[in-house]
Design a protein around this ligand. Structure first.
Ligand SMILES: NC(=O)C1=CN([C@@H]2O[C@H](COP(=O)(O)OP(=O)(O)OC[C@H]3O[C@@H](n4cnc5c(N)ncnc54)[C@H](O)[C@@H]3O)[C@@H](O)[C@H]2O)C=CC1
Ligand SMILES: O=c1[nH]c(=O)c2[nH+]cn([C@@H]3O[C@H](COP(=O)(O)O)[C@@H](O)[C@H]3O)c2[nH]1
Ligand SMILES: [K+]
Length: 499
């Protein structure tokens, strides 16, 4: 007879945190959000640690290179989606790895014999006032000089004259070699009172420009998630179909972590694929999932998973529970898997982090997921709202929305992966195609969520994620107390003032 699990399956909305004693040295400024991404010996440092416990979903509508850059600059990690040809996904990985914070590729470039009027036109188009003069007018040509909008004036200079007549030539120009770090470049900008420092390769070809005006921007991101060579880190989703070709191409492109992406990770397909990656590329971290119980977690941990993603059917675009009748309330799933992770650590000495994926509707749900045992979270809807995500931004009567669609929807055209009903292709959809409210840029949006998370942790008396988890006290809420959690007055539509 079928086994019936006695415990009711619960969601995040059914829980609240009780405040713990907050000591005077516990404040938002002292909270540290570092958390392990990958398997490690318990008590030792993991090979990769997130600086902030956020990852973006392995979805076309979410994890673009631009989003990956923005999230890594804020200490989190994106997993670039694999619903695209292998070469395209590898190119997306390269785009993130080639991003050098503070090192910009020059977009305002001219040849020495171009006219000043052409230069003025290029500057007007790009909105930038420093142009690189290269032998072929490209961003990577041999650098001959720099010219700025301060070097010429339409009434003083003949605009038909060549750029070379007004540029500062390379012999009089401070410049740097390819190995300079951002902090060394910044030091030179200040010490030598430069506005711009060109970075050249050994043959004198332009690689990047570093601007003094970007200095504060670089200081804004103290928690960037970078590798040993100071390049931003990026993850990539893979599947159990073409991993033998996809994984080596992604590694070649410089990917930092992989994750098998499936609605149901409790399968021999995934165990086989994990063992294959571990056998051929033991150095690359690879996650597995998704699962919703301890038994499935242990199965993937034993197959070699370096982290395990938790969540079936709870995502905002998910219709898996309606369609297939499988899934589990996300709170129950995380609690069960967290207990299995701790038992696995006791038994083997290995700590395999877990990720709560999908169904995080309110910012405080992130705090609940971490309190219930998640080491980090993955979100789709949340990141799909930002400028950097893939969906188009569309105007509506009440403001803007962004497109957001599930990987199991018709729109995702993930069909080659399906053998539903024993045939070829997608027989029924497991996700919907819709819109989410537009939320501007990722930097500002994530900063707000992080601020709320830190404040919750302070109320719970903890300054680290492990401390928060081990001391959290959670309570179930009744229907009535849930009502009490919301404002119970008629809201003004214009803000009131107190004075
Ligand atoms: N987290 C969630 O609740 C859900 C997520 N999704 C997303 O939708 C996308 C598609 O997920 P899935 O449909 O689970 O894709 P999948 O590729 O894991 O599975 C598709 C089908 O292929 C089979 N299969 C897997 N590997 C195979 C192999 N090597 N040879 C033959 N058959 C194989 C599976 O058993 C399944 O029937 C993913 O991006 C997933 O994250 C979809 C539904 C729910
Ligand atoms: O049932 C589903 N049908 C789909 O088409 C689909 N696409 C993505 N996902 C999963 O949802 C997660 C994102 O959820 P949120 O938008 O709630 O953050 C993602 O991280 C996935 O785990 C899907 N689930
Ligand atoms: K299964």
């Amino acid at each position: 007879m079928a086994q019936i699990i006695a415990e009711v399956s619960r969601t995040f909305n059914e829980f609240l945190l009780l405040p713990n004693r907050t000591r005077t040295d516990c404040s938002a400024a002292t909270v540290n959000l570092r958390t392990p991404l990958v398997r490690h010996i318990a008590g030792e440092a993991p090979a990769i640690e997130l600086r902030s416990p956020f990852t973006s979903a392995i979805m076309q509508a979410v994890s673009t290179p631009d989003l990956a850059i923005a999230l890594a600059r804020n200490g989190g990690l994106s997993f670039l989606h694999h619903n695209q040809p292998i070469g395209d996904q590898a190119a997306a990985v390269r785009r993130v790895k080639n991003f050098k914070a503070g090192f910009v590729t020059s977009d305002t470039n001219v040849r020495p014999d171009d006219s000043l009027s052409l230069l003025a036109e290029v500057m007007r188009r790009t909105g930038h006032s420093t142009a690189a003069v290269t032998h072929d007018g490209t961003a990577t040509g041999r650098l001959l000089g720099l010219v700025t909008s301060r070097d010429f004036h339409p009434r003083r200079h003949d605009l038909d004259g060549p750029v070379s007549g007004r540029m500062t030539t390379i012999t009089d120009l401070a410049h740097a070699g390819p190995d300079i770090t951002l902090s060394e470049a910044n030091a030179r900008l200040w010490d030598e009172r430069l506005d711009c420092l060109p970075v050249l390769d050994s043959e004198g070809h332009l690689q990047h420009l570093v601007f003094r005006s970007d200095y504060t921007d670089n200081k804004r991101f103290p928690d960037q998630l970078v590798d040993a060579a100071k390049r931003l880190r990026v993850g990539a989703g893979v599947n159990t179909h073409d991993y033998r070709e996809r994984v080596p191409a992604l590694l070649e492109a410089g990917v930092d972590a992989l994750c098998f992406d499936s609605s149901d990770g409790y399968s021999d397909w995934q165990a086989q694929a994990l063992s294959w990656v571990k056998k051929h590329y033991p150095e690359v971290p690879v996650g597995g999932g998704n699962v919703v119980d301890g038994e499935a977690f242990t199965f993937l941990a034993e197959a070699g998973a370096d982290f395990v993603k938790v969540g079936v059917g709870g995502g905002s675009i998910c219709i898996t529970r309606d369609q297939k009748g499988i899934g589990r309330g996300q709170a129950s799933a995380v609690l069960d898997v967290a207990a299995a992770r701790d038992a696995f650590r006791e038994r083997t000495g290995a700590y395999v982090p877990i990720c709560s994926d999908g169904g995080l509707v309110h910012d405080y749900h992130v705090a609940l997921a971490l309190a219930m045992g998640a080491d980090f979270v993955m979100m789709g809807r949340y990141f799909a709202r930002f400028d950097q995500a893939a969906g188009a931004k569309l105007p509506t009567r009440d403001g803007f929305v962004k497109e957001y669609w599930g990987e199991g929807s018709n729109r995702a055209r993930n069909w080659q992966r399906y053998g539903q009903g024993g045939g070829q292709g997608l027989v029924f959809e497991e996700g919907v195609d819709g819109y989410v409210p537009y939320a501007g840029g990722l930097d500002e949006g994530l900063a707000l969520t992080v601020a709320k998370l830190k404040t919750t942790m302070v109320s719970c008396g903890s300054t680290t994620v492990p401390e928060f988890r081990s001391t959290a006290r959670l309570t179930l809420v009744s229907e009535q107390s849930f009502q009490e959690s919301h404002a119970n007055v008629t809201l003004r539509d214009t803000p009131g003032t107190v004075s």
